[in-house]
Design a protein around this ligand. Structure first.
Ligand SMILES: *[C@@H]1O[C@H](CO)[C@@H](O)[C@H](O)[C@H]1NC(C)=O
Ligand SMILES: *[C@@H]1O[C@H](CO)[C@@H](O)[C@H](O)[C@H]1NC(C)=O
Ligand SMILES: *[C@@H]1O[C@H](CO)[C@@H](O)[C@H](O)[C@H]1NC(C)=O
Ligand SMILES: *[C@@H]1O[C@H](CO)[C@@H](O)[C@H](O)[C@H]1NC(C)=O
Ligand SMILES: *[C@@H]1O[C@H](CO)[C@@H](O)[C@H](O)[C@H]1NC(C)=O
Ligand SMILES: *[C@@H]1O[C@H](CO)[C@@H](O)[C@H](O)[C@H]1NC(C)=O
Ligand SMILES: *[C@@H]1O[C@H](CO)[C@@H](O)[C@H](O)[C@H]1NC(C)=O
Ligand SMILES: *[C@@H]1O[C@H](CO)[C@@H](O)[C@H](O)[C@H]1NC(C)=O
Length: 624
């Protein structure tokens, strides 16, 4: 009952907050800060992306990133990125340079500029250059761009609408692209010699006011946007966040206060139920349609990530000829980028409908950069088709190497030394995810299948479809529904009686995997279906046996013996039923790299003991 009362209290707080009563007293200067990046000043309505901010101050779509002193902005359409050379707050102009063309004397423009519904306009100071590339047939007297000619193909540039009218360019050329440049930079007499410089000089856009922000701004507030709820807000000078304008609330504030106070428990209960309902509804529908995905991509897409059209993927993968494998979320194909780089293209099942796993994957993986985490190179959202493009891992998944005995294919088993290095590598990757500066990432699906090996057998964690970003440092999190793969899921994930879901849940999966590595290598006679629980209890049982008798193989060196022992002991620590008893992943690395003598024998985990009787009975020493 007290729990109910406290939730009522919390709820009433939110009730007030969302009815614009909550006095959030942080001043505007921290709400709507001014940033300096290189020579560019970024202030309202422009804002700098910040993964830990849900409420942003500025216009949606006006979010920029600052990287190495350069300001980067994505424009709608395909969210191609541009350097922001200048923002002029006096005459409301923006100078952009296409990121593809910087510092090139002969740039090949490949993106039309698209402004979507943003409050941006083409400036009257610009004129449009129209390019026609790879023309196979052309009038002989029209000069072409020499540096873009390939074989007998020619490419042309014109000031828009000054094309040679009596020639059908679109029919005879492969691609047309139209880009604006500053009028003053163009010498129409020498267009071909000067277009590169002109494009490097950038183009101007006029920016204006967002329509719905009118009432807020004219009442002295700053327009803000809630990325998660996709709602407009108004940041007012008195530090209060309001829905509409800053003026007409002083009277209604008091009115609302009475209404709020008068609201009976029934009212509260209704709110409570509604919020619960909305929440459960939100979690299944918020990312459902393409618009939400687009909004997500707009707000979170890192500039380095390329967007592909589906037909381009088809080209890259040779019409999806070469299937590499199949996961829970779709099929993976081998492909080759135009620059020759091999990639793995994961096409997500369209039937799954909601984009949650897509968003999880892009959001978590795109903000990571670690040698033990697979690199995301690009993505595709094209109608209902969604795909992710990763670096290619020639050695496939770890699973292949530890379930060797049950597979038809003969893959050479890895030596202990390699497996040990792989275990440490995975732990390092996890440590990186768990440590994250702003956002810690919980993977929730650590298993051999999701560990990929590069040409040197360096392990990389992949498949972030179930991952969860936690912005509050060190906090426990709530998740809806059990996630993960049976056999690797920590007990608390499917039954809260075991404890709070946290980074320790990944540690559990990691421990299971490590024991499986040891077990697989030892060719323990296992049930083939490695997702069955029987397999795991059996495996652990066997591991305990091994533990008591580690002289099991005559051809194992002392070093190997020690590595295996460390893996088993650390693994057993990781799979303690009570999350509290499990080490953090950093501690696991210490265990693996440290002295074997320092490793305590873990208490026997009671893996399938009934809820409510957690394993404390046997574990008194916590190694945290
Ligand atoms: C910043 O401005 C200075 C002086 O105007 C200029 O020399 C420099 O190149 C600019 N730096 C950048 C990154 O634009
Ligand atoms: C992001 O937001 C957090 C919390 O508001 C703040 O502490 C941090 O400094 C911000 N980071 C950047 C790069 O602005
Ligand atoms: C902004 O543009 C105005 C008018 O073109 C110009 O006078 C002013 O110097 C510019 N401001 C900056 C900071 O460049
Ligand atoms: C472009 O050239 C300038 C100076 O020549 C250099 O500072 C800058 O890093 C170059 N930018 C890129 C993207 O190569
Ligand atoms: C350049 O092209 C855009 C988009 O097609 C158009 O809106 C704009 O008016 C053009 N600018 C000029 C100066 O023709
Ligand atoms: C012309 O087409 C070829 C083959 O598709 C391509 O490699 C090349 O980049 C194209 N050239 C231009 C200038 O678009
Ligand atoms: C010439 O352009 C055509 C398309 O217009 C393209 O298919 C062909 O590959 C190009 N040839 C070369 C040598 O790039
Ligand atoms: C760019 O826009 C023109 C029309 O202005 C269109 O014909 C062309 O196909 C577009 N190019 C690309 C690459 O989207």
């Amino acid at each position: 009952m007290s729990q109910f009362l406290s939730s009522l209290l919390i709820l009433s707080f939110f009730f007030f907050f969302f009815n614009s009563l909550g006095t959030n007293s942080s001043p505007l200067s921290t709400r709507c800060p001014t940033h300096h990046c290189g020579n560019v000043t970024i202030s309202y309505p422009f804002w700098v992306h910040n993964v830990s901010e849900q409420l942003l101050c500025g216009y949606e779509g006006f979010g920029v990133r600052c990287e190495k002193g350069k300001v980067i902005l994505g424009l709608p359409g395909d969210w191609h990125t541009y350097y922001v050379k200048d923002i002029n707050y006096t005459d409301y102009t923006l100078t952009l340079v296409d990121i593809d063309v910087t510092n090139q004397s002969c740039p090949r423009a490949s993106h039309n500029v698209s402004l979507g519904t943003l409050p941006l306009k083409y400036s009257s100071m610009d004129l449009n250059l129209s390019f026609n590339f790879n023309c196979t047939f052309y009038p002989p007297t029209v000069p072409s761009i020499p540096c873009l000619n390939i074989g007998t193909n020619r490419s042309y540039v014109f000031v828009e609408n000054h094309e040679t009218e009596d020639f059908d360019w679109s029919k005879n050329c492969e691609e047309k692209v139209v880009v604006p440049v500053k009028q003053t930079q163009i010498n129409t007499g020498n267009l071909i010699g000067g277009f590169g410089m002109a494009m490097n000089g950038g183009f101007l856009l006029d920016w204006g006011r967002v329509k719905n922000c009118g009432t807020c701004e004219s009442s002295g507030g700053y327009c803000g946007y809630n990325i998660i709820a996709e709602e407009l807000f108004c940041f007012c000078n008195d530090g209060i966040i309001r829905r509409g304008s800053c003026k007409d609330h002083s009277r209604t504030n008091i009115l609302w206060l009475f209404v709020g106070l008068a609201a009976s428990g029934v009212g509260m209960l209704l709110t409570y139920i509604t919020i619960r309902w909305l929440r459960s509804k939100r979690s299944t529908t918020s990312t459902k349609n393409g618009r939400d995905l687009e909004a997500f991509i707009r707000n979170y897409r890192p500039p380095a990530l390329n967007r592909y059209k589906f037909f381009e993927l088809k080209k890259l993968t040779n019409s999806f000829k070469d299937e590499l494998g199949q996961g829970g979320y779709g099929r993976v194909y081998r492909g080759r980028l135009l620059n020759g780089r091999l990639v793995a293209v994961k096409v997500l099942n369209a039937s799954k409908g909601n984009g949650e796993e897509f968003i999880n994957e892009v959001a978590s993986i795109s903000r990571t950069s670690h040698v033990n985490i697979v690199t995301l190179l690009g993505f595709c959202i094209d109608g209902l088709k969604r795909a992710l493009i990763y670096e290619f891992m020639p050695n496939g998944s770890l699973e292949k190497f530890i379930h060797n005995c049950s597979s038809e294919k003969i893959t050479p088993l890895l030596e202990w030394e390699k497996l040990f290095q792989i275990a440490i590598g995975i732990a390092r990757g996890l440590e990186y995810l768990h440590r994250g500066c702003n956002t810690r990432i919980l993977h929730f699906d650590i298993k051999p299948h999701n560990i990929l090996l590069d040409e040197n057998f360096c392990p990389k964690i992949s498949d972030f479809g179930l991952a969860k970003l936690c912005t509050q440092e060190g906090s426990n999190i709530s998740i809806t529904g059990a996630r993960g793969t049976i056999g690797y899921i920590a007990p608390e994930v499917f039954c809260r009686n075991f404890g709070e879901v946290s980074h320790k849940s990944d540690v559990y999966s990691y421990g299971m995997m490590m024991l499986e590595i040891v077990g697989g290598k030892k060719k323990i006679d296992v049930v083939v279906s490695h997702t069955s629980e029987i397999y795991f209890s059996h495996l652990i049982y066997r591991c305990l046996e091994l533990d008591s008798d580690l002289g099991f193989s005559s051809n194992m060196t002392i070093e190997e013996n020690e590595m295996v022992r460390k893996m088993i002991l650390a693994g057993l620590w990781c799979i303690q039923t009570n999350p509290f008893d499990r080490p953090s992943i950093s501690k696991v690395i210490e265990m693996l790299e440290g002295n074997i003598e320092a490793l305590k024998i873990p208490p026997k985990p009671f893996l399938f003991s009934p809820p409510g009787s957690p394993a404390q009975e046997s574990s008194t020493t916590s190694i945290l």
